[in-house]
Each structure stands twice: as C-alpha cells, then as structure tokens.
Design a protein around this ligand. Sequence first.
Ligand SMILES: [Fe+2]
Ligand SMILES: [Fe+2]
Length: 188
Amino acid sequence: MGLIEAFLKSDHHAIKLLMRDHREVDALFLEYEKADNVTHKMSLVSRICQSLTVHADIEERILYPAARAVLGQNDQDLLDEAYVEHATLKGLIIRLDGLRHSDPLFKGYVSVLKEYVQHHVKEEERDFFPKLEKAGLNLEQLGLRMMDLKERSMALLKSEPQQTGVVNAPALPALPLEERSQQVMRES
Ligand SMILES: [Fe+2]
Ligand SMILES: [Fe+2]
C-alpha cells in the first residue's frame, strides 16, 4: 500500500496505524541525527526504544496471530522471519537500556538499530501488508484493538521511573519467542 492509499483509509485501519508508527520512528531517527545536544539525543533514543517496543508488542499480540490464521502456507515464512526480526530488535533495545552517550558502542547500537528497523519496515510494507489486505482480514476491527492496546501500554510505560543521563528502554511482559510464534498453530 502506497502512502496515498494509506492516507485514504479510516484512522483506525490497522495498516494505516502501523505505517504511521513506522513514519514516526523514521522521523525520530532523523531528529536524533540532527540533534547537537546530548540530553536531547538521549531522550530521542529513549523515545525510539519506547515506540518500537510498543509497536512490536501490538503486532505480535494482535496483527501477527491474525495473519497466521489467514495467510497461506507459502507466506507463513514471512511471519516466522518477522518474529525473529522483532526478537533481534528487542535484543538491541535491551543493549541500549541504561547506556550513556559516552559509551564506546552507543552510536554503533543506534546506527544498527536504525538500519535494522528500516529493513524490517521495508519488508512489512512491501511484502507483508499487501498480503494482509488481500487475505480478507477485518483490518478496521484489528486497528481498534491495536489502538486500545497501544493506549494501555503507553500509560503503563509512562508510569515507569526514568533515569537521567542514560537510555531508558522499556520492557513489556513478553512470551518466549517460540511461544509467540505459535499463538495460532499451523494446520500442517
Ligand atoms: Fe514488525
Ligand atoms: Fe511494523
């Protein structure tokens, strides 16, 4: 789905919501690169980690299981890859948590996180979302559930104490990867 098509969907359409999240994170990475103040940079990286954590959680709890149920056998691999990519992204976010700007690997982690997010987003938007549109899912209804979960997760994270001078990466309770990927069992 192109940007214009996405724009024409209702505000709670699942794919529109997710694409909006994707663009928000792009914008935060850009702002991080332009920022010349360390405090600002640290707060941007914390926000990036927060957005990505909530976004991945929404996809894993709502979108991916729904997709698992409707996608054909040939497309199930796309989902397996998406779960593994999320796990890798979360691993980078965990590494960033508590890191200071002066840490020798700080920039490296942020830069790899950005590249990895771009790769994952490209695959979702180019390969995965168009298949969901064709698969007949009720994307409006899924979007409403996503909005509700996002609100609750953001409220939960906002109540967590923040440390100054370091990246504050959030953690949401998650199932082990294999369990997550099997939320809707394959038929074969
Ligand atoms: Fe994703
Ligand atoms: Fe996504």
